[in-house]
Design a protein around this ligand. Structure first.
Ligand code: SF4
Length: 378
């Protein structure tokens, strides 16, 4: 197998581990004593070769896209972010267009490297290997989605919103390429974090999905519940009991040498439901398992590179609250923190390393709960 990535080009600094996750806003709260903008996510593509049934930005996908803002504009706004520690690059499929890879993606990654900032891209890794090979030397985390146990799952999930039938053979070839790309990139030294969603299709299969992720050489397995955004809005929702069951089963059958990072869980230490608190206690005691606080709006903002608009996240219903054309990102972050929606979830219980619920979680499960007056039950 070709080992194409030069490890010597890897970023200096701590390795990612359960005790070093710079995307978790709990680190910036600890460091600065308040929420600070340490992370910027950029949407650089609305193109994608897939149309997944759960796609959180499915409504924004297009067949041809407009020009983006000049790269220099984005770089100068990043330069002004005083405490920048991480960037994330997302789409669509950010690597879909070769031109975007050359003119935006790689220059942004090089900028991050030059500033000691850690980087992540969100990709489906189903395109030609050479595209990822070109990106890998400048990238810290390749974040992929993996919700399958076989090509048939990939076929059903990945093209559900295509609007035209996609042949099983075509999907199966892409599935194989995705697995092969992941194995090759992992073997070459790239840090691959594979995310699976707990939803109506996967909740009974998480242990098998985990096994395949480990087999591909991924260093981290991210597990998030699916929330009803965009394409996912009409999909069946599983109960919290089913979700707890799925997580417990995964913990019972996982490979303990691989870090599992749970995120956007609907369980909190202030919950009156003892089962929720029992699960959190188990998660806290498991080696190589973390529960990440949600970065969106806590230490991160999203910039749409087509319009310059700034959002709390790429898939939020909350309208843009500014534009990089007119404002610095640090100022926009402070504007967001003063927003009534942000204030409604602004709680922090240091004893349990929690800084409040994700906005979709609050909306879905805790609409009438005022988190600002709650406290972890210890
Ligand atoms: S920080 Fe908020 S959500 Fe977390 S345990 Fe405390 S009150 Fe609950």
């Amino acid at each position: 197998m070709q080992n194409a990535i030069s490890l010597s080009q890897k970023q200096a600094g701590p390795s990612f581990s359960p005790s070093y996750d710079p995307w978790d806003p709990i680190s910036s709260i600890r460091q600065f004593g308040r929420h600070r903008l340490t992370s910027v996510e950029m949407t650089i593509s609305n193109l994608c070769n897939m149309r997944c049934e759960h796609c959180a930005v499915g409504d924004t996908l297009v067949m041809t896209e407009p020009d983006k803002l000049p790269l220099a504009k984005m770089l100068s706004r990043l330069d002004e972010v005083e405490h920048l520690q991480t960037i994330s690059i997302t789409g669509g499929e950010p690597s879909f267009s070769d031109k975007t890879v050359k003119e935006y993606l790689i220059p942004l990654l090089k900028y991050a490297r030059s500033r000691g900032v850690r980087s992540q891209i969100n990709s489906n890794v189903t395109l030609d290997y050479s595209r990822y090979e070109a990106i890998a030397p400048y990238l810290d985390v390749m974040h992929i989605s993996f919700n399958y146990t076989e090509a048939a799952d990939f076929h059903q999930v990945g093209f559900a919103k295509s609007g035209h039938p996609v042949a099983f053979e075509t999907a199966a070839r892409m599935y194989e390429r995705m697995i092969d790309n992941t194995k090759r990139l992992s073997a070459g030294g790239l840090y691959i974090s594979a995310e699976s969603m707990i939803n109506y299709r996967t909740h009974l299969k998480m242990a098998e999905i985990h096994r395949l992720i480990v087999e591909m050489g991924c260093q981290r397995h991210e597990v998030h519940p699916m929330y009803p955004s965009a394409f996912a809005a009409d999909l069946p929702v599983i109960s919290k009991r089913e979700m707890r069951g799925s997580i417990a089963h995964l913990l019972d059958h996982r490979d303990p040498s691989v870090w599992i990072l749970f995120g956007t869980l609907p369980f909190f230490h202030c919950s009156e439901d003892q089962e929720d608190r029992k699960l959190l206690a188990r998660l806290a005691g498991e080696p190589n398992v973390t529960v990440r606080n949600d970065p969106d709006g806590r230490n991160r903002l999203n910039v749409n590179l087509f319009t310059g608009e700034v959002f709390v996240t790429d898939f939020s219903d909350i309208p843009a609250f500014g534009n990089i054309d007119a404002d610095r990102l640090d100022h926009l972050f402070d504007r967001w923190l003063a927003h009534p929606v942000a204030r409604g979830v602004d709680c922090h219980c240091p004893a349990v390393n929690c800084c409040g619920p994700n906005l979709l979680v609050k909306d879905m499960y805790y609409r009438d709960i005022d988190f600002t007056v709650r406290q972890a039950i210890l």
